[in-house]
Design a protein around this ligand. Structure first.
Ligand code: ADP
Length: 756
């Protein structure tokens, strides 16, 4: 076999050496000789003699067949040769590839080495764990933190390395990272083997390892202990500064109010011209000083985003008179004319933070005076936009603000270029603070202006009208009402009010129950009052499902759907867009409910109208008797208007029982809030954040229903989780509610017990 191969390759070489032509001639010659020899041999063996004709015949046969045979052989030779050449080429390529491979391997090794060194010199923790929490790899910083070598760490879980609660949080966050399949960052305190505690900002990244076909966690941790401690110091300093500011403010305001009040009284009396001018200056300087001081205090609060509102009843006419007074005095000094205009439909009383409102108006008026040349005009127009929204539009005829600066003037410390000459007169903080307060008041502050033509600032605010001061009639509406509300104290209040109007009330505390009642009553409800946040759904979802059923034709009648909300910011239209017919605000007021029932179910109303003289049909609500002492309590923590209305509607004992119910339920509500907050602090997840805000919203509704106004405002801030302010303060607000609610509740109980 080997010989054959050798002969084959010798033949190939021989053909290649001779060339195809010559090899063919040789082949022909050899074949002819072979043919003669074989033919002669065969003739000799078979017949015993050699015939010349046979020799010629075999030569002829050889000559005919030789070209084919030779062609065939040459073809094979050629193919073989080509394969041999390809093989040789492949071998050469292979050896080049091998060389390259070896070089790449060396480079890879070098890079791996470099990466390893890179990770190891990093002061940040780097680790890699599988989905069961086993360490797969880590860097030197990790070894230092744990006091174990990488070898010892590999295959162990956090439970074998850290204390139980540290390990638990690590495993939980690993799980969350893998479940959510997104990068996850949180802060964690970890104890070193030498007992030192460090705070790490840990970032976990999910990673699918295709080699081992499993999900893993890549982790990075940065030591932020210094930053944390520094932050704590800053926060403490800030708290100390605030306390100092608050003290100074209080100390300063008392004498300042004395100066303002007394100078104003004096201004109304008999004075010589010069005395009047001096007194005006004293008055306006004191007012200005007070507002400048408020701006400065707010400047500090705006940093920590802690501006709070303290609403109280304010008489609109008094408000207008105050604005006119200081605006006139200011304008007069520059011979500017101040004009004020307001509509007839302004309410007698509104519920607003008077000090804040005048702080904004003072800022606007003093700017208008500052930037309007002598002899100019300033116009203030007060408009009631809807039931509880008011606009204060201040127009001046001054230097105006270029279009490209109009947004910037609301930034802190910004002063427009064309007003630079007035720089000495301003601080650049008034508008920034005013806008922020306007937003807190559920409104905004905007500007329209043209250079050299003047500016128009529009301050819009939300403020409820205070109506309890007038006698109100109660019309009987024998309606069937489904109240969907999960906070018991709110249920008690709403049910009592509805029953006062003669309504028959069913109460559902979840979405599921609501639908069960709806089915059971066979669509006989006239009105459904829907709380927005329910344990299993939202009021909007219920409203929309009912609407769908009605549109599909599976029910032939749709009751009136009214939202019950503690949210003051959304407008009625926004509620209507989400499936409601109307909205009632919490705390539910008898008057608002009465207006709503009268508006939609007016047979009872017309009937009552026709018997106008019959006082039996009217329930006279006593005007609220508010003592001086009580006003103080109310402005600080409880709302006497609500409490007095509740006493009128439900009776003293029922209100006290409701306050008791609130006291029983509040610890549970607070528990849920603190648990949600704890989870948020540990995980920083969006879900726990929303849960915390939802719990705060629930608490806000309950606080509103029992008239704890100050805490209600804090809970209002705690439910709005869409700002940085929330992140900074949610813990503080929670603690404040926790520490304060029992004291405020005691005040409310006291108020109710003493009420007539
Ligand atoms: P300042 O104390 O400087 O008045 P503000 O925050 O109140 O600070 O105002 C910021 C800037 O906005 C002012 O410096 C001025 O450039 C511009 N501005 C405010 N009100 C007016 C106005 N009525 N007319 C023209 N420019 C104004």
């Amino acid at each position: 076999m080997i010989n054959l191969k050798q002969y084959g390759s010798q033949y190939v070489n021989w053909v290649l050496r001779l060339g195809k032509g010559r090899a063919a001639l040789w082949g022909l010659f050899v074949l002819a000789i072979l043919a003669i020899l074989i033919q002669s041999l065969l003739s000799l063996i078979i017949t015993g003699e050699i015939h010349t004709i046979d020799i010629f015949r075999s030569i002829g046969f050889g000559l005919i067949s030789a070209p084919f045979v030779i062609y065939f052989f040459n073809l094979i030779v050629e193919k073989l040769e080509r394969s041999r050449q390809r093989l040789a080429q492949s071998l050469e390529d292979l050896s080049i590839l091998r060389e390259q491979d070896a070089r790449l391997n060396a480079e890879l090794e070098q890079q791996a080495e470099f990466l390893r060194a890179f990770f190891n010199v990093s002061p940040d923790l780097v680790f890699y764990r599988d989905d069961k929490g086993h360490f797969l790899s880590c860097n030197r910083a990790m070894e230092i933190l744990t006091g174990k070598s990488e070898k010892e760490l590999i295959n162990s879980t956090p439970y074998e390395i850290y204390p139980e609660d540290t390990a638990k949080l690590m495993m939980e966050t690993d799980r969350d990272t893998l479940a959510m399949n997104t990068t996850f960052t949180y802060e964690q305190w970890i104890r070193h083997p030498n007992n030192k505690l460090s705070c790490f900002e840990i970032r976990k990244v999910p990673y699918y390892d295709p080699l081992s076909d499993r999900h893993c966690i890549m982790g990075f941790g940065r030591d932020i202990t210094e930053r944390k401690r520094y932050q704590e110091v800053i926060e403490k300093n800030s708290r100390d500064k605030s306390t100092l500011m608050a003290t100074i403010s209080h100390e300063l305001r008392t004498p300042l109010n004395g100066i303002i009040g007394l100078s104003r009284i004096l201004l109304e009396g008999e004075l010589s011209h010069q005395q009047r001018e001096y007194l005006k200056t004293i008055n306006i300087s004191a007012v200005s000083l007070g507002h400048i001081f408020s701006d400065i205090i707010d400047l500090e609060k705006i940093d920590s985003r802690r501006i709070e509102l303290f609403r109280s009843e304010v008489e609109f006419s008094q408000l207008i008179s105050d604005i006119s007074h200081f605006a006139n005095l200011m304008a007069e000094q520059k011979k500017i004319k101040f004009h004020i205009q307001y509509e007839e439909n302004l309410p007698n009383f509104i519920y607003v933070d008077n000090a804040r409102l005048s702080q904004i108006l003072w800022n606007l008026v003093s700017n208008a005076v500052k930037f309007t040349p002598e002899g100019g005009d300033i116009y203030l127009n007060i408009v009631r936009r809807d039931n509880d929204h008011f606009d204060f539009i201040l127009r001046d005829t001054g230097i105006g603000i270029p279009a490209n600066e109009q947004r910037k003037i609301f930034a802190m410390f910004y002063q427009a270029e064309n007003s630079q000459t007035k720089k000495a007169q301003g601080s650049g903080i008034g508008l920034a603070i005013s806008k922020r307060i306007a937003k807190l008041m559920g409104g905004d502050l905007t500007v329209e202006s043209e250079v050299n033509q003047g500016s128009t600032f529009t301050l819009s605010i939300q403020a409820n009208e205070v109506k309890a001061k007038k006698a109100m009639k109660i019309n009987t509406h024998s309606l069937k009402v489904l109240l969907v509300e999960d906070i018991e104290v709110n249920v008690v209040v709403a049910r009592a009010m509805l029953e006062k109007f003669g309504c028959e009330v069913d109460v559902a505390m979840t979405g599921k129950e609501a639908f069960e009642y709806f089915e059971k009553a066979q669509n006989s409800y006239d009105l459904i009052l829907l709380d927005i946040q329910l344990p299993d759904t939202t009021g909007f979802e219920i409203a929309n499902k009912l609407r769908e059923r009605y549109e599909e034709g599976s029910v032939d009648y749709l009751p009136l759907l009214v939202a019950l909300t503690a949210n003051i910011i959304q407008t009625k239209e926004e509620y209507q867009q989400q499936g409601m017919d109307d909205v009632l605000r919490k705390p539910l007021s008898l008057e608002a409910l009465s207006d709503c029932l009268n508006d939609y179910f007016d047979e009872g109303f017309s009937e009552a109208h026709s018997q106008h003289s019959d006082l039996q049909n009217f329930c006279q609500i006593k005007p609220v008797v508010v003592e001086q002492e009580v006003i103080k309590a109310k402005t600080s923590s409880i709302d006497s208007v609500i409490l007095s209305e509740l006493v009128d509607v439900m009776g003293k004992q029922a209100v006290l029982a409701n306050l008791e119910l609130f006291a029983r339920l509040m610890p549970d509500y607070l528990n849920s809030l603190t648990n949600a907050l704890k989870l948020w602090k540990q995980t920083n997840s969006a879900e726990s954040r929303k849960q915390t805000a939802d719990e705060a919203h629930k608490i806000k509704g309950a606080l509103a229903s029992v008239g704890l106004i100050k805490l209600q405002e804090i809970a209002q801030l705690a439910q709005m989780d869409d700002s940085e302010e929330w992140d900074l303060n949610i813990e503080k607000w929670t603690v404040e509610i926790q520490n304060q609610w029992q004291k405020d509740l005691a005040l409310a109980v006291d108020w109710v017990e003493k009420s007539a």
